[in-house]
Design a protein around this ligand. Structure first.
Ligand code: SF4
Length: 126
């Protein structure tokens, strides 16, 4: 009799603890999924048709200095300080300096380089 009531009490405690753990575990798995998705998003290649249409360069400074640059318009002086990282359409995702990557409002499913640039660059409001 005594043994049965202890088991019942333990069973109820176990069920309550399990029920409390479900939202926590769901939260952890959703967080893990979000991190995995961010890390797995591929970089926008310059060879991508959409990237070509907006004259995207993954390394804006390098492209501006190259003789046969893939994005010659980046060579214009008034564009020298324009980068994805200071574009209004950009949101930083990860990394620092030359390794910084982020998402762009006009690029679907791919990340862009923080040091990149394209013809659609928009100045962030002050
Ligand atoms: S719109 Fe801005 S963030 Fe997007 S690729 Fe062009 S410069 Fe980079």
């Amino acid at each position: 009799m005594m043994k049965g009531s202890i088991n019942r009490r333990n069973f109820i405690k176990c069920v309550a603890a399990s029920a409390a753990a479900i939202p926590v575990l769901q939260g952890i798995s959703m967080l893990g999924l979000k991190v995995a998705q961010a890390a797995e998003k591929p970089m926008l290649p310059e060879s991508d048709p959409f990237a070509k249409s907006i004259k995207y360069c993954a390394e804006a400074d390098k492209a501006a200095k190259a003789k046969n640059s893939a994005c010659p318009v980046r060579k214009e002086k008034d564009r020298a300080t324009q980068y994805c990282r200071n574009c209004q359409l950009y949101t930083k995702e990860s990394g620092e300096g030359t390794k910084e990557v982020g998402k762009c409002m006009i690029v679907q499913g791919k990340s862009v380089a923080g040091g990149g640039w394209c013809m659609s660059w928009v100045k962030k409001p002050a």
